[in-house]
Ligand binder design. Structure first.
Ligand code: PHB
Length: 395
């Protein structure tokens, strides 16, 4: 049976925040796109993801007309606390670099984008199967099977692979035309949602001789927290009491006590650093996790994806307005400039805050020296603040 042919200008593979944001920005300029996504809308909306948005990400959501719910339902954070040796040290973003971040879960970013695309009549197809991309150097096409079983051939001028860390699209770039950069870490995060009040106004990134812990938040009554664990850890071996005992041994002390409560959800998050470069091959552009992943310690994953999309949108918009591919040709190098800054920052935060395997006395004392050199210097704190709140985009 012949495939049902659908034509669009930009075919976007992946309907997470990156794909939907690109589709939205293009639509505002009258550029058509079709988004195909393997998961159902409900499945994406129910996945627990990280929660920190840079000011640039917030501006794009608000000024880009997606939603201002981040300003009403999100929480502005003007700093974080670095805790080590039993003491907390505030990194005051507002004072150091004049910026803030927002605590607003990625899940809500997705919900806002999905609702906006739906309200604007965007062509977003969830729950498709068998996606395959063809003819990257001719007339690019995406083949897929729609949720009702129709076999579709989507013809487009460009294809964007925004299909996440297990990207199908990135594998379509021949080996001779791409390079992979990898770094594995010998630990993972044990993440929980707990029913408890907030323990602190701001996020706490804690280094301790028993390992790293991060105290984040979700609402007045539900909190998000993580502790460093072995990548092979099984959540079934962890009772609530064992989980709280672990957190206590890493963050409590000197008058600070974590507020505890029933654990609602527990997962082990494995992480690694990864980049595929370049981020363009002929008519295919990669964006977000499809091209790079970072460990979550720098809170950069979603922000990097949105930054890619902003730069890619500028290139596509310029192409459709002027016919020139000059800005599209610079997409990969402009995006990678930020990607590598974020790779470094995420690696640095991870190595500075986690306890390495088999750490000896020297490793431990050196790490405290590093942490002290950051918190005791305005320059050190400002470097962290600038990176955490987000750099300006490369021209
Ligand atoms: C989160 O709230 O889930 C969160 C916050 C900061 C991070 C990572 C995750 O660095």
């Amino acid at each position: 049976m012949a495939r049902h042919v659908v034509r669009t200008q930009v075919a976007i593979v992946g309907g997470g925040p990156a794909g939907l944001m690109l589709s939205h920005l293009l639509a505002r300029e009258g550029i058509e796109s079709t988004v195909v996504e393997l998961r159902s809308r409900q499945e994406i909306a129910e996945t627990v993801r990280a929660g920190i948005l840079e000011h640039g990400t917030v501006n794009l959501l608000v000024d880009g007309g997606v939603s201002d719910r981040v300003l009403t339902d999100g929480d502005r954070h003007d700093g974080i606390e670095l805790r080590f040796n039993g003491e907390s040290h505030r990194i005051d973003f507002h004072d150091l670099v004049g910026e803030s971040v927002w605590l607003y879960p990625q899940t809500d970013v997705f919900k806002d984008l999905a609702a906006r695309r739906e309200a604007d009549g965007g062509d977003v197809r969830y729950g498709v199967t068998d996606t395959a991309i063809h003819d990257l150097d001719g007339d690019p096409r995406v083949w897929f099977t729609d949720v009702d079983g129709t076999e579709v051939e989507l013809r487009a001028e460009f294809i964007v692979g925004a299909d996440g860390s297990r990207s199908h699209c990135r594998g379509q770039i021949p080996e001779a035309h791409r390079k992979w950069y990898f770094h594995e870490y010998p630990f993972a995060w044990f993440g929980i949602l707990a029913e408890a009040p907030r323990s602190s106004e701001e996020l706490i990134y804690a280094n301790s001789e028993n390992g790293f812990a991060l105290i984040s938040q979700r609402t007045e009554t539900v909190q998000r927290m993580y502790f460093q664990c072995d990548p092979g850890e099984d959540v079934n071996n962890w009772s609530d009491e064992r989980i709280w005992e672990t957190f206590r041994s890493r963050v409590n002390g000197n008058g600070f006590e974590l507020k505890e409560g029933p654990v609602l959800d527990k997962t082990v998050l494995k992480f690694r650093s990864f980049v595929q470069a370049p981020m363009r091959h002929k008519k295919l552009f990669l964006a977000g996790d499809a091209a790079h992943t970072v460990p979550p310690t720098g809170a950069k994953g979603l922000n990097l994806a949105i930054a890619d999309v902003r730069v890619l949108f500028e290139g596509l918009d310029s192409y459709y307005k002027t016919g020139s591919e000059a800005l599209l040709d610079r997409y990969s190098s402009r995006a990678l400039d930020r990607v590598w800054k974020a790779q470094h920052f995420s690696y640095w935060m991870t190595s500075m805050l986690h306890t390495p395997e088999g750490a000896d006395d020297f490793a431990r004392a050196r790490q405290l020296g590093e942490l002290n050199s950051v918190v005791s210097s305005r320059h050190g704190r400002a470097y962290l603040a600038e990176a955490y709140t987000g750099w300006p985009s490369a021209r």
